[in-house]
Design a protein around this ligand. Structure first.
Ligand SMILES: [Zn+2]
Length: 347
């Protein structure tokens, strides 16, 4: 009895340590792949002084604590996020081991969790979920067909289909992006029906996150929206014809405002041919209005106008839903079966 207990404890510790080591590598992937840098060539350097980091300072979690979160040479602070990613990966590997013990499912789960961590942080930094992450998750569904033969391919396809439709609708009404829909379809293919509790948890977490981030920035966003409205009102005065309304949409990305000049209602404008060129100066002044927004944030704006008068304008931040969806998927993988049987027990 004690033998088993010691074995389990040692295996749990090993799972956590393996996770922190992989997490250390995931940090490199998160930082380097969006910049198209090699993940294998080139050792890690300090971002401040460029000093190559010594192997003994690369021990996950401990090095950062031991160095007090500072570079050994120049004492520049090292982001706590690296250590957080290492610890998080350790915890997820531990959770996967407790759920699946040594099995093929364990291997699938730790690959999945690693990809989820990478895509979450890339989504936070760049507001985009890389294709290779989504494709990797979908491909993990193929070995599952052999690992769990009583879980037929029809159920995998059903999982993808049942989730893709409602998420595509969510994307259509704003908020979610195409990357979020692809992620959920890929996870649905991997997980089958167990994607349903994951999706519900993901959407609820995403909505809470969206409401909080909107509340935190609402004053600034309202002010910018007012200025955009004023700028537009001035600009469209002589450019619109009477009695036809139109919606002008655009976005703020990487510090620049852009108007989507290809989707205008031509009848509404005096000179639709010149619209594109005319937009240039408007874009420049909108960029000036939004100049205090950090460059890694993205916004969409939408202005409804009629008779040369702005009726409505909206300026809304695009939110990274990847992390919320990833948390939902991870909870579904670990507890999905239990959640589903609990739910079926209620009926
Ligand atoms: Zn340094």
């Amino acid at each position: 009895m004690t033998g088993i207990l010691i074995y389990d404890t040692v295996m749990c510790i090993l799972a956590f340590i393996l996770g922190t080591v992989i997490g250390s590598f995931l940090n490199v992937v998160i930082y380097r792949t969006p910049a198209h840098m090699s993940i294998v060539n080139g050792p890690s350097h300090c971002f401040s002084c460029g000093e190559r980091i010594k192997p003994y300072d690369l021990v996950p979690i401990f090095s950062w604590i031991f160095l007090g979160g500072k570079c050994r040479k120049c004492k520049a602070p090292i982001s706590a996020r690296y250590t957080f990613v290492e610890a998080l990966t350790g915890v997820m590997f531990l959770a996967a081991f407790i759920r699946f013990s040594i099995s093929w499912q364990l291997l699938i789960a730790i690959i999945l969790f690693s990809v989820l961590i990478v895509l979450s942080f890339i989504d936070i930094d760049h507001l985009e979920i890389p294709y290779w992450c989504t494709i990797t998750i979908a491909l993990l569904g193929i070995p599952m067909l052999f690992i769990e033969p009583d879980f037929p391919w029809v159920e995998h396809l059903a999982g993808a289909a049942v989730i893709a439709v409602p998420f595509a609708v969510l994307a259509l009404f704003g908020g979610m992006g195409g990357g979020d829909v692809q992620l959920m379809a890929a996870a649905g293919f991997l997980m089958g029906w167990e994607i349903i509790p994951s999706a519900i948890i993901g959407v609820v977490l995403g909505a809470i996150y969206g409401v909080i981030s909107k509340a935190v920035n609402s004053k600034r966003d309202k002010e910018i929206n007012e200025q955009i409205k004023a700028e537009f009102s001035e600009w469209i005065k002589d450019r619109m014809t009477a009695d036809v309304s139109d919606i002008v949409v655009g976005e703020y990305e990487k510090g620049v405002c852009k108007i989507n000049a290809d989707i205008i209602e031509e009848k509404a404008w005096n000179n639709p041919e010149a619209f594109k060129d005319d937009c240039k100066e408007l874009e420049a002044s909108l960029t000036e209005i939004a100049k205090d927004i950090p460059e890694n944030k993205e916004f969409v704006f939408r202005v409804t106008a009629k008779n040369g008068v702005v009726e409505k304008s909206k300026f809304q931040q695009r939110i990274a839903f990847g992390p919320a969806l990833a948390v939902g998927i991870a909870i579904g993988v670990i507890f999905g079966e239990r959640i589903i049987s609990w739910y079926l027990g209620l009926m």
